[in-house]
Design a protein around this ligand. Structure first.
Ligand SMILES: [Zn+2]
Length: 371
């Protein structure tokens, strides 16, 4: 199960925290308060260790957020839509709606992350010098943050896609070859290579008795997964670009009236026709869409008294697409409101309906055919 919490909005971007991030937050605080500070500063009180541990962890979090915001702000400036930033166990992810359209734009968008981490590291370094005369604990925290941000910048510069460094590499290869797919393949292979190197070094370090080797293995494993899934994501996106809504949609959808009771919908439509999705329409006007999920969310004892129009997703909440929309636009519509189907409409006329599963089936079919 994936759990994310929404913290708020900055520049219109949703800021989310993944539950896995809490693990790293607790771990950071614990290591700082229980080990790092007590070793370096044995004279502090126990409370001070924990206060500084917590404060420093929060600032690590703010630093990672600032790194991601730097990516997002450049993306916004380039006219891209940035939906959200999610912070998880090993950093953050900016949800940028589309892949960059030019090598130079991708270069700028990628390089700004590590650069901002280096700038933040430098600012904390200056702060630590100044704070030494003011407060030793605050200076210690600033020193630690300077090191962490430096490490964050260096780690992200690893030249393997989809790390920032890999994106920089891809943009350079893309500029040189003019071929995005080829550039992605090479940058992704570089990512997998770097991942194996990290795992290998990690094992070597661990066998020599260094526990930090486990970290290298974990990071290498993470990088390998990211390189493989990042590559297939780009490939899927390029396949999706070749799909048209009119080829994907089903035209033999059933229509029900909004005044139908939920009980009748279940008995006479869902169970009989074995369909999961129905258009709700009165006199040819689309009123909304009702699907199995809507029914399941309604308690059974309410089925006889509830009407379809009370549980459906109403027209104004639906993101319709035109028949010539491509696969990426369809997925964006599905993702924008987290719905399971989109109506395909030309003007006010309903042409068909596309479910998430239609897209998956199409991709499956293509991979079975090897095209
Ligand atoms: Zn980054």
């Amino acid at each position: 199960m994936k759990h994310t919490w929404r913290l708020g909005k900055i520049f219109g971007i949703d800021i989310n925290i993944d539950s896995s991030w809490l693990v790293i937050f607790v771990l950071f605080t614990w290591v700082l308060a229980g080990n790092y500070f007590p070793r370096a500063y044995p004279t502090w009180t126990r409370t001070l260790y924990w206060v500084m541990g917590l404060l420093t962890s929060l600032l690590v979090f703010a630093s990672v957020l600032a790194h991601e915001l730097a990516h997002s702000i450049v993306a916004l400036r380039q006219g891209e839509k940035v939906r959200s930033i999610t912070l998880f166990i090993l950093g953050g992810v900016s949800q940028i709606a589309e892949e960059p359209k030019e090598p130079l734009k991708e270069f700028a968008m990628a390089i700004v992350g590590p650069m901002s981490s280096f700038i933040i590291a430098f600012v904390f370094f200056l702060l630590s010098l100044w704070l030494k005369a003011v407060s030793v604990p605050l200076a210690a925290s600033a020193t630690y943050l300077a090191i962490i941000n430096m490490a964050l910048g260096v780690f992200n510069l690893i030249p393997g896609f989809p790390m920032d460094g890999g994106r920089v590499l891809r943009s350079i290869l893309w500029k040189a070859t003019g071929n995005l797919k080829k550039a992605t393949r090479i940058a992704s292979l570089a990512g997998q290579g770097m991942a194996f190197l990290l795992v290998f070094l990690g094992i070597f370090e661990f066998l020599r008795g260094g526990l930090s080797g486990l970290w290298w293995i974990l990071i290498g494993w993470f990088l390998h997964n990211a390189a493989v899934s990042g590559y297939s994501e780009v490939m899927i996106k390029s396949v999706l670009q070749g799909m048209k809504a009119e080829d994907l949609m089903s035209k033999d959808y059933e229509t029900v009236s909004g005044d139908l009771s939920v009980q009748d919908l279940v008995d006479h439509y869902i169970l009989k026709k074995k369909e999961r999705v129905f258009l709700v329409s009165d006199n040819g006007d689309l009123k909304g869409i009702v699907c199995l999920e809507d029914v399941k969310q309604t308690p059974k004892e309410k089925w006889p008294h509830s009407k379809v129009k009370d549980i459906m997703t109403p027209r104004e909440r639906l993101e319709a697409v035109t028949p010539d929309a491509d696969g990426n636009q369809i997925l964006a519509s599905l993702g924008a409101k987290n719905i399971h189907q989109v109506p395909v409409m030309s003007g006010d006329k309903i042409e068909g309906i596309i479910c998430r599963t239609d897209i998956i089936r199409y991709l499956q079919l293509r991979s079975d055919l090897g095209v």
